[in-house]
Design a protein around this ligand. Structure first.
Ligand SMILES: C[S@@+](CC[C@H](N)C(=O)[O-])C[C@H]1O[C@@H](n2cnc3c(N)ncnc32)[C@H](O)[C@@H]1O
Length: 370
């Protein structure tokens, strides 16, 4: 990272901002939402570690943005390697191309196009990295990644996003590492709109869930009575709550994220203020809450709706299973298969996508998971 001057890719930012460990937004749409940025350096570095780029590699990046990450990739592959980066937005691609030329990385090929289709002219690639949130692993990425290659992508499972490093061999992508992250979603062919439901009239409290989930029944559900089931699982100081989120996202098809951006909702404290894990089933709704105890923070589940207490009890049971099976370095392993392929045996969790099927297991030591 010392080799690439980040300020040359965000030239409108003062130096102090250009070198802060923060995302820098470079473009917004007409609603003011960010559509292009230089990602936070910490996650850039972490994803490059996941990608394990070597000199001589051929690399494809989806989401050129400012061109900064492409310049880092160019430094990593060296003169024997090659980097291609794709951005859906012509203006952004032009900006990245100019910045790359100015810092001496003009060898990087910048393409304007939809990254869902990869870029077939420079394939096969030893490495593919997406720096934009993706919901699926589209066919082009499978076709254009070399056997034995690695793909790193911010993959959303029911709205729970993690940067997953996959190794590709024998027709399967097997995860090597999973890092929590938050990226702007992919536009174009691979875009996947979710739905937002207002949970309580008058209070800004929304629930984001996948499009095909029947969620209308929970509109206003928090205005009725609720019941809390305490687990009594404790969240310790160094615990990564996003691991629990991922577990619940795998376990419940109606998983989604609730957010109370203007503070708590006056009932119980949410476990996470943003993207708090929640589950909808018909008219029932359950979500994670917490309370302080002597030992730390105890996780509870609050249920609303006609069968809210039963749904809360089932979610609480999964929190306990996660606590038993998935703590202290034990993690989940995600294996992706193209639709219609892969073994018949049912994994612990299955998450179907448009082009792929994700099979998710608890990763035990020694099975190749980092
Ligand atoms: C977070 S930025 C990428 C940051 C970039 N890697 C850098 O170093 O500055 C995400 C980029 O993905 C682009 N994007 C969104 N959908 C895309 C798609 N379908 N194909 C290619 N690029 C896409 C956006 O235009 C945006 O520039």
């Amino acid at each position: 990272m010392l080799a690439v001057p980040r300020h040359r890719f965000v030239s409108e930012a003062p130096l102090r901002i250009a070198y802060a460990d923060d995302v820098y937004v470079t473009k917004r749409n007409s609603d003011g939402e960010p559509v292009s940025s230089a990602s936070q350096p910490a996650i850039v570095a972490e994803m490059l570690e996941q990608l394990d780029v070597r000199p001589g590699h051929r690399v494809l990046e989806i989401g050129a943005g400012t061109g900064y990450n492409a310049a880092l990739l160019d430094a990593l592959v060296g003169p024997e390697g090659a980097v291609t980066t794709v951005d859906i937005d012509a203006e952004t691609a032009g900006r990245a191309r100019r910045a790359l030329e100015e810092v001496g990385s003009g060898r990087v090929r910048v393409v304007q196009g939809d990254g869902e289709l990869g870029f077939v002219d420079d394939a096969p690639y030893d490495r593919i990295i997406a720096t934009v949130g993706t919901w699926d692993l589209p066919p082009a990425w499978w076709d254009q990644l070399a056997e034995g290659g690695r793909l790193v992508a911010p993959l959303s499972i029911r709205g729970c996003e993690h940067s997953v490093a996959f190794d590709y061999s024998d027709g399967a992508m097997r995860s090597r590492s999973i890092v929590s992250c938050g990226f702007m979603p992919m536009r174009g062919l691979g875009s996947q709109e979710g739905q937002a439901v207002e949970l309580s009239e008058g209070r800004i409290m929304t629930f984001h869930v996948e499009h095909e989930v029947e969620a209308d029944g929970v509109r206003g559900v928090l205005d009725g009575r609720g019941t809390t089931v305490w687990t009594p699982v404790q969240l310790k100081v160094n615990d990564d709550a996003t691991q629990l989120s991922l577990w619940l996202a795998c376990a419940f098809a109606g998983y989604g994220r609730m957010s109370a951006p203007f503070g708590d909702h006056g009932l119980q404290r949410l476990l996470l203020r943003w993207a708090n894990p929640a589950v909808v089933e018909g008219e029932d709704f359950a979500y994670l809450v917490c309370r302080r105890t002597g030992g730390g923070i105890e996780i509870g589940v609050r249920g609303h709706g006609p069968h809210g207490p039963a749904l809360a009890a089932r979610v609480a049971e999964e929190v306990r299973v996660w606590d038993r099976e998935c703590r202290d370095g034990v993690s989940l392993q995600i294996t992706a298969y193209r639709k219609g392929t892969g073994p018949e045996v049912e994994p612990r969790f299955t998450v179907p996508k448009r082009h792929t099927r994700l099979a998710i297991e608890v990763a035990f030591e020694g099975n190749g998971f980092e």
